[in-house]
Ligand binder design. Sequence first.
Ligand SMILES: Cc1cc2nc3c(=O)[nH]c(=O)nc-3n(C[C@H](O)[C@H](O)[C@H](O)COP(=O)(O)O)c2cc1C
Length: 199
Amino acid sequence: MSAARSLLENSRMNVTEAILARRAVRAYAPRKVDDATLRSLLRAAVQAPSAMNRQPWLFSIVQDAARLRRYSDRAKAMLLVAMASDAKAAHYRDLLASPGFDIFYDATTLVVIGPGERGAYTDADCWLAAENLMLAACEAGLGSCCIGFAIPVLNTPEVKAELGLPASGVAVAPLILGYPAAAPPPVERAEPKIVSWSR
Ligand SMILES: Cc1cc2nc3c(=O)[nH]c(=O)nc-3n(C[C@H](O)[C@H](O)[C@H](O)COP(=O)(O)O)c2cc1C
């Protein structure tokens, strides 16, 4: 059976249900995501479209709690320096300065998606793979959240090497995954702003 067919046969939500149910989850139970579940989510990720079907995505998975804590602490320090003179970032500075704040919200798994070499469309390709992964995670009862805060630390040479990324590679789309500790609150969306529609 092909990987795509086995994904289909296991599906319990339709696409619209998953799109509507997915929310950024910021509170996780300590339960680990097992390897089989993670592999099925990665198979969903690689079904994403990619420019010229280059499929540039590489996946790095971090489930080591000490390593996640180290990345979070370092990310917070880096972001505080970067935001030091930004008046609009006061709220984020307070959060980042708080010792109890974990940028990964105690999630048990971080998946970092990035290309081995950056090209014109590789960021788009990786984010499309990320969305597939998050929708499949939602269907599997898992929560997820993109963690843009992690991008600077994940692209330091030492962390890239730990992630298995080549020197030419880029950590583009970091996602946390895990079992939600509580149902995330609803998040409103504005109606689509259609600025032109030529007929
Ligand atoms: C590129 C990107 C980066 C994000 N970075 C963070 C982050 O660092 N921390 C966080 O808590 N949420 C982050 N988010 C999640 C957004 O805040 C969230 O998707 C948004 O508030 C809408 O909520 P929803 O996903 O529940 O609909 C990020 C989302 C995207 C798309």
